[in-house]
Ligand binder design. Structure first.
Ligand code: FES
Ligand code: FES
Length: 159
């Protein structure tokens, strides 16, 4: 049996038909809606590469059944930029070279975006804790930490 799911994605109301009962939000975003930013790496909630906001809370989209998002609001990495202007977190990742293969990057950017919204000036231990659910097999994490520090510094109020 298939269902229709109505929800908001990056601010726009969407209806998706033909969703099967076990289908994940990640599958719907990537395969049905043309939003490939959220990555499918493990499909088991282990790597964080599929992280999106669901009603403002970061979740692994691979673990959310599409039917669960009925009437709710999803924001993906594609929805962080303001038109052609990247979000400061995205800019910091680029500037710091915190991207290698890029598979982990969208999930890390959403997780970092959430961290800085909650805690504009995180210490290193807080950054590490916030990003602990996001695995990267390329960078060794140092440049990712640099990117978070840079994004945080840019958001800090100027003296
Ligand atoms: S693909 Fe969802 S956590 Fe890895
Ligand atoms: S840049 Fe390749 S997994 Fe992180």
């Amino acid at each position: 049996m298939s269902i229709r799911v109505n929800f908001t994605v990056n601010g726009s109301a969407e209806s998706v038909d033909g969703v099967w009962e076990g289908e994940s939000l990640l599958y719907v975003l990537r395969e049905r809606m043309g939003l490939p930013g959220s990555k499918n790496a493990c499909e088991q909630g282990e790597c964080g590469s599929c992280t999106v906001y669901l009603d403002g809370i970061p979740v692994c989209a691979c673990l959310v059944a599409a039917g669960q998002v009925e009437g709710r609001s999803v924001r993906t990495v594609e929805g962080l930029a303001d038109g052609d202007r990247l979000d400061p977190v995205q800019e910091a990742f680029l500037e710091c070279g915190a991207v290698q293969c890029g598979f982990c990057t969208p999930g890390l950017i959403v997780a970092c975006h959430d961290l800085l919204a909650r805690n504009p000036a995180p210490g290193d231990a807080e950054i590490r804790e916030a990003l602990a659910g996001n695995l990267c097999r390329c960078t060794g994490y140092e440049k990712i930490l640099d990117a978070v520090r840079l994004a945080a510094a840019r958001r800090a109020p100027r003296p």
